[in-house]
Design a protein around this ligand. Structure first.
Ligand code: SF4
Length: 295
């Protein structure tokens, strides 16, 4: 019996046939592909969770300024106003926590690249930002990280997680999909519902370009992580409400791959297109003594 899966369909078949939750199939996949023990794999994930928690606390406590001076302090601003926000205090705190992690990343702090440094805020910010109010303990959060990893593995195998290959849809979109699945998993949803949540999150940002101002992972990246956290919560809520994804998860991942290939290189992390090509972005780039990537 092999637990190695590369598609959503195969993952769901394993869950169904073996009557196993999403996170357990992912854990068994890792046991099969590595020399690690179950305890070691869970301990490793616990360490990730600890770093994630520390990066949120760090980003929300201090007014971080990045080396470029382009970012810092915005997570704290939203967090302070959480109870007055349109989205509601819990969601706003989760979004602020997501931003905090990327601000820490921009100031050279320690983060977990889950799945990438540019999209490192969405998964920890949303899960840990909601953990206290939802009563999620570390054991459940570790399970949820394995569930999220199952989604990430499939996207990596069939498309890409890199903005330089597939645009921001591949980076913050994938992180939002992983997070949406994790949120549904934490809410006790069946694996198929978790993949529905992931599919909706990806579909919501299909085509999103990667256009970092001055080539730095700050603008629009920090706000794209804010959007990713909100997207993940919305997508999980839709799936948990019984709103299906008309296009299945695997076909959505295929669409992500083809859209990524259709994107011109100017819109794939080269800082030559989109927001990076605006007048203001060019002024910032000149002021910082940076340049866009050459062909
Ligand atoms: S704009 Fe590009 S660098 Fe920034 S988060 Fe999106 S994919 Fe990453």
């Amino acid at each position: 019996m092999s637990y190695v899966f590369n598609t959503g369909e195969a993952l769901l078949a394993l869950c169904e046939n073996e009557q196993l939750p999403l996170h357990e199939v992912m854990l068994r996949r890792e046991l099969e592909l590595t020399d690690s023990s179950r305890a070691a794999l869970r301990e490793e994930m616990h360490k990730n969770l600890t770093v994630m928690r520390a990066s949120i606390e760090e980003g929300l406590q201090a007014e971080y300024r990045s080396v470029s001076g382009l970012s810092g302090g915005d997570a704290q601003k939203l967090f302070s106003r959480a109870s007055g926000t349109f989205m509601g205090a819990d969601a706003a705190r989760a979004v602020a926590a997501a931003m905090a992690v990327v601000e820490v990343n921009a100031s050279m702090g320690k983060i977990v690249a889950a799945p990438t440094a540019g999209a490192s805020g969405i998964l920890p910010g949303t899960l840990l930002g909601l953990a206290e109010v939802r009563g999620w303990k570390d054991g459940s959060l570790i399970d949820a990280l394995f569930a999220a990893a199952a989604v990430g593995v499939i996207i990596a195998a069939n498309a890409t997680l890199a903005g330089s290959e597939g645009g921001c849809q591949a980076e913050t979109g994938s992180a939002a999909a992983m997070t949406a699945a994790a949120l549904a998993h934490l809410s006790g949803a069946k694996p198929a519902v978790c993949l529905n949540a992931a599919a909706i999150a990806l579909q919501n940002v299909l085509g999103l370009v990667c256009d970092p101002v001055a080539g730095l992972v700050e603008c629009p990246c920090i706000k794209r992580n804010a959007l990713g956290a909100a997207n993940a919560m919305l997508s999980a809520d839709l799936a948990l409400s019984g709103v299906g994804s008309i296009i299945p998860f695997d076909e959505t991942v295929d669409a992500l791959r083809t859209v990524g290939r259709l994107l011109p290189s100017d819109l794939r992390e080269t800082a030559r297109g989109g927001l990076a090509a605006t007048k203001t972005a060019k002024e910032i780039t000149k002021r910082l003594g940076l340049s866009a990537q050459a062909e």
